[in-house]
Design a protein around this ligand. Structure first.
Ligand code: UT7
Length: 328
């Protein structure tokens, strides 16, 4: 696919210390541990400390990824931060991160594709390296979803958590690296999952706050149906583009939204559950951070062997989706 083979040369992750359990949520909204576990698979999630914002979570994950790649911050040519919870409107979280890292030679921008943001970031970065424009790109998925979650809304507050994952992309040897990307969007489904207020359509005001428009609103069941359809088909299309078959897959690293969505993707790909990296029981849905955190944990746990065929796949607000096939 590429002029120079491009792959992931370092991974890192960070999750805040504070754990929010299902039992604590039982005290906050009309829900129960059993409902949450059976309907979603989530048992607990992390919450950023009051003084932590998205760039702080991103910083820890990025330092780890850069170190794992055997590089220093000054070796990074570009920083892409995929997030829907930037520290502020602008400057971008990527610029804030660039300063914190001391990555003085890096260009920096944020990318908004909700839970698919990390895959969109990988596609963007890998093309820029393949073309010879840049050598080393830091791609981060980082979120503090707790800041836009309504903890009186049981439809959403049980799902989301905070965290950050990062990777460094660079040239790899022949036979390894990214084989394909499959990105997509359906803006007609934008209403299904959104934060309506605080932008240019509905600027922040006493009324927008009163109307809770600064929080995530989601038509859960419609998003669920979309996710079940798109996870399998995006993964299949990415495999087809890569010239590989379902049976070639060693590890699926899916967006961690709901265990039932992951299971349906596994069924469609004829894969058993041990072929998927699953950590949503510990972290819930961290939007753009879910896939890179899962990838970093797979690396930590020794689940990534040289030559393994990995499929990364996610979906989210927009609506958006993305899948990638890579050889580790
Ligand atoms: O990254 C992308 C972001 N979003 C997602 O991936 C979300 C995708 N959607 C989902 O994961 C699921 O739709 C949910 C987990 C959000 C909901 O599960 P569901 O099986 O689709 O449930 P439902 O929305 O159809 O609701 C079933 C029932 C309802 O009660 P009634 O109307 O049948 O009496 C809900 O009010 O469950 C009720 N319910 C709850 N009960 C206890 C909804 N939330 C809760 C809750 N605790 N937290």
């Amino acid at each position: 696919m590429s002029l120079h083979p491009v792959g992931i040369i370092g991974t890192g992750k960070y999750v805040p210390e504070r754990i929010l359990t299902n039992q604590e949520l039982e005290q906050m909204v009309e829900t129960n541990n059993e409902w949450i576990v059976t309907r979603t698979g989530i048992r607990e999630r992390r919450m950023a400390a009051a003084e932590e914002a998205t760039s702080d979570l991103a910083l820890h994950a990025s330092r780890q990824a850069i170190q794992a790649a055997g590089l220093t911050a000054e070796d990074i040519d570009l920083i892409i931060v995929a997030t829907i919870t930037p520290d502020m409107f602008f400057p971008s979280t990527a610029c804030l991160l660039q300063d914190k890292l001391g990555a003085t030679k890096a260009a920096a921008f944020d990318l908004s594709a909700a839970c698919s943001g990390f895959i969109y970031g990988l596609a963007t970065a890998s093309s820029m390296i393949a073309s010879g424009l840049y050598k080393h790109i830091l791609v981060v998925g980082a979120e503090t979803l707790s800041r836009i979650t309504d903890y009186t809304d049981r439809n959403t507050c049980i799902l989301f958590g905070d965290g950050a994952g990062a990777v460094v992309l660079g040239q790899v040897e022949e036979g390894r690296g990214f084989r394909s990307f499959e990105l997509g969007a359906d803006g007609s489904g934008g209403e299904l999952l959104k934060v309506h207020g605080g932008g240019s359509r509905v600027p922040a005001s006493a009324e927008s706050i009163e109307g809770k428009q600064h929080y995530i609103h989601m038509a859960g069941n419609d998003v669920f149906k979309f996710a079940v359809r798109i996870m399998g088909s995006a993964a299949e299309d990415a495999l087809l583009k890569a010239g590989l078959a379902k049976g070639d897959v060693d590890l699926l690293v899916p967006h961690q939204a709901n265990i039932r969505i992951i299971q349906s993707a596994l069924n469609r790909l004829n894969l058993s559950e041990d072929k998927a990296m699953i950590n949503l029981d510990k972290y819930g849905n961290m939007s753009a951070a879910s896939i890179p955190v899962a990838l970093a944990e797979a690396a930590e746990e020794g689940r990534l062997k040289e030559g393994d065929c990995l499929v990364l796949v996610g979906f989210g607000g927009g609506l958006t989706w993305g899948a990638s096939v890579l050889i580790w």
